[in-house]
Design a protein around this ligand. Structure first.
Ligand code: HSE
Length: 432
C-alpha cells in the first residue's frame, strides 16, 4: 500500500480487551500515525449484538457480521479479541485468505491451529501477530522471534497464568484453602466464571506451546504439552513447602533435552512446581507473570510484568497493530513461523524432573533402607532425606536429583505399597 489511504482496521470483539484496544487506539491515534507513517482508522467493530450501544463507539461502526467486516475492501488489518477457538478460527482464516493481516490475543486458537494459520498467512503474504497471546503486556514473543534469532534458546520457564499465581500466592500468605482463594480470585475478577482453563493449567499449556514453538523453531501444539493444574494443591502442601524453604508455583517449562540415545528433543510441560524461596520466580506475587529465558550466548534473561487485564493485553495488541500497519504502509512482512529445526517432541516420561516427597512412615529399624531401595533400584539419586518424629510414627521428606519422570512417578507409586509407608503426600516436582 503506497497511496495515502488510511490503514483500515476491523476489531472483532468488544469485551474487556476489545474495549481497551478501541479506547487506547482512539486516545493515541496521533502517535500511531507518526509511528506508522500513515493514518489508521477503525472501519468496524464486530459484536454479538450490534443493537446494544457500546460506550464511545459510534453506532454505525457496530456490526454482527464479522465475516462481512473482515472481507471489506477498506479493511487491511483484523484484530481478533473474541476468544474461543472454532468461531475465531473461521473468521481469522477468512481474513487471512482475503489478504488481511491479523493481530490476535487468542492463545488457545494459536496453540491449537498455528500450522493452518501460518500457512494461510504465508499463502496471502500477510502478517500474523500474537504477542498478546502469551503473558499479555510482557514482550516475550517479539524477543524470541527477533532479538534472539541469532542465539540458541536452551529453555523457557515461567509463570504465565496470573489467576493461578494469585491463588497460590494468597494461599501461601494467608494459609487459606484452595477453594477459599479461588472464590477470592473470582470475586476480584481474576478468574473467569468458569475458571477451569486457568486452574487446570490449560491456559498456561497453550502459552507453553507457543513459547516452545518460537524458542525451538519446532511446531509444538497444545496437545503436545503435559498439563497438570493446581486444583489438587492443599493448604498442607503449601505449608510443607514453606517449611522446606520452597514456594509452589504453576510453571510452564519448555526445554531442549537430550534423550538416552543422544537425540535432541523438545519438551513442554505445565505443572505445580516447588521453587526455592530465594529463586527470582518465588518473588513473583499476586497475578504477575514472569518468564525466564536461557540462551546459549545471551545467558539468562527475565521478563516480568502484567500477564492479564484489559490495558496490559491491549498494549501488546496495539504494538502488533502498529507493526502490521507499518508493513501495510511501507511494505515488508513480520517474521513468519519458523519450524525449520523440526525437533522430535519428548514423551513426558523421558523428561528429567526432580521430586519432593513427604511420607508418613513407621518409626522402626530398616524403614529408611526400604524407602532408599525403591529409589536406588531405578537409578534415582537422592539429594536430601530428612526425618522427623510425628504423632503416629515418623515423617520422611525426600528430595531427589534429576531423573526420568517415568522412573520418579513409578517410585512414588511403589512407595505407597510398602508396608512401612503409611502415606505418601506432597509429591511435587521441583525446579531451581
Ligand atoms: N486468564 C489468564 C491469566 C489471562 O489468569 O493469566 C489470559 O491468558
Amino acid at each position: 500500500m503506497t497511496d495515502s489511504k488510511p490503514v483500515g482496521v476491523a476489531l472483532l470483539g468488544y469485551g474487556t480487551v476489545g474495549e481497551a484496544v478501541y479506547r487506547l487506539l482512539a486516545e493515541n491515534r496521533h502517535h500511531f500515525v507518526q509511528r506508522i507513517g500513515g493514518d489508521i482508522e477503525v472501519r468496524g467493530v464486530a459484536v454479538n449484538d450490534a443493537s446494544k450501544p457500546r460506550d464511545g463507539v459510534p453506532a454505525e461502526l457496530l456490526t454482527d457480521d464479522a465475516v462481512g467486516l473482515v472481507e471489506r475492501d477498506d479493511v487491511d488489518i483484523v484484530v481478533e479479541v473474541i476468544g474461543g477457538i472454532d468461531y475465531p478460527r473461521e473468521i481469522v482464516l477468512k481474513a487471512l485468505q482475503a489478504g488481511k493481516s491479523v493481530v490476535t490475543a487468542n492463545k488457545a486458537l494459536v496453540a491449537a491451529h498455528s500450522a493452518e494459520l501460518a500457512a494461510a498467512a504465508d499463502e496471502a503474504g500477510v502478517d500474523l501477530y500474537y504477542e498478546a497471546a502469551v503473558a499479555a503486556a510482557i514482550p516475550v514473543l517479539g524477543p524470541l522471534r527477533r532479538s534472539l534469532a541469532g542465539d540458541q534458546v536452551k529453555s523457557v520457564m515461567g509463570i504465565v497464568n496470573g489467576t493461578t499465581n494469585f491463588i497460590l500466592d494468597a494461599m501461601e500468605s494467608t494459609g487459606a484453602s484452595y477453594d477459599e482463594m479461588l472464590a477470592e480470585a473470582m470475586r476480584l475478577g481474576y478468574a473467569e466464571a468458569d475458571p477451569t482453563a486457568d486452574v487446570e493449567g490449560h491456559d498456561a499449556a497453550s502459552k507453553a506451546a507457543i513459547l516452545a514453538s518460537l524458542a525451538f523453531h519446532t511446531r509444538v501444539s497444545y496437545d503436545d504439552v503435559y498439563c497438570e493444574g493446581i486444583s489438587h494443591i492443599t493448604a498442607e502442601d503449601i505449608e510443607a513447602a514453606k517449611t522446606a524453604g520452597y514456594v509452589i508455583k504453576l510453571l510452564a517449562i519448555c526445554e531442549r533435552i537430550v534423550d538416552a540415545e543422544g537425540v535432541e528433543k523438545v519438551s513442554a510441560r505445565v505443572h505445580p512446581t516447588l521453587v526455592p524461596k530465594d529463586h527470582p520466580l518465588a518473588s513473583v506475587k499476586k497475578s504477575f507473570n514472569a518468564i525466564f529465558v536461557d540462551a546459549e550466548a545471551a545467558g539468562q534473561l527475565m521478563f516480568y510484568g502484567n500477564g492479564a487485564g484489559g490495558n496490559p493485553t491491549a498494549s501488546a495488541v496495539l504494538g502488533d497493530l502498529v507493526g502490521a500497519a507499518r508493513n501495510k504502509v511501507h511494505g515488508g512482512r513480520a517474521p513468519g513461523e519458523s519450524t525449520y529445526a523440526n525437533l522430535p517432541l519428548a514423551d513426558f516420561g523421558e523428561v528429567p524432573t526432580r521430586y519432593h516427597l513427604d511420607m508418613e512412615v513407621n518409626d522402626r529399624v530398616g524403614v529408611l533402607a526400604d524407602v532408599a531401595q525403591q529409589f536406588a533400584q531405578r537409578g534415582i539419586s537422592l539429594l536430601t532425606v530428612r526425618q522427623e518424629g510425628s504423632d503416629n510414627g515418623a515423617r520422611l521428606v525426600v528430595v531427589t536429583h534429576a531423573a526420568r519422570e517415568a522412573d520418579l512417578a513409578d517410585t512414588a507409586e511403589s512407595l505407597k505399597s510398602l508396608d512401612a509407608v503409611k502415606s505418601v503426600n506432597n509429591v511435587i516436582r521441583l525446579e531451581g
